[in-house]
Design a protein around this ligand. Structure first.
Ligand code: SME
Length: 162
């Protein structure tokens, strides 16, 4: 399956609503996790035009860079460090309107101004990674992004092994 995604609507909510079932169909047709994560990042980047969209996966008690779309990024993040490490430690979504005000923010790119990080859980409710989306504009992310990116995270949970 390598057809394009067709998005209807112009508001963020309409775009996510249009996108979600297509993402579901896309990942359910492929069993490889990395291939699916790669396509998820490509599609979110294409539809919303955010500056950076990517996954970090927990490996040996660190977050390690996974599939992403955007500029060069830091490869490893410790538990509790930066926005990603904090979302992992607290097992909850974090929205940052201005990354310079977030204590310990890890600046992979000085162009990044705002950020949302959503934890991804396994079936035992442990965090196995995060979905990190950055933008080059302040205060880009809101409750709508949180709701729908958490649905994307749930979709990832549904396709990983038990
Ligand atoms: N800014 C993130 C690090 C990852 S990059 O933005 C891609 C953070 O503080 O967790």
């Amino acid at each position: 399956m390598a057809e394009g995604i067709i998005i209807e609507g112009t508001s963020k909510e309409e775009k996510y609503t249009s996108l979600l079932p297509q993402l579901k169909a896309l990942v359910e047709g492929e069993e490889d996790l990395i291939a699916n994560l790669a396509n998820i990042t490509a599609v979110i980047k294409e539809v919303f035009g955010y500056f950076w969209v990517g996954f970090y996966l927990v490996k040996n008690n660190q977050l390690v860079l996974g599939p992403f779309q955007g500029t060069l990024a830091c490869t490893r993040i410790a538990l509790g460090k930066g926005v990603c490490g904090t979302a992992w430690k607290e097992a909850k979504t974090i929205i940052v309107d201005d990354v310079d005000t977030f204590p310990g923010h890890i600046a992979c790119s000085s162009a990044s101004k705002s950020e949302i990080v959503v934890p991804i859980f396994n079936h035992q409710k442990e965090v196995i990674g995060v979905l990190d989306v950055d933008d080059d504009v302040y205060a880009t992310f809101n409750e709508t992004d949180k709701i729908y990116l958490e649905k994307v995270a749930s979709l990832v949970t549904s396709i990983i092994g038990k």
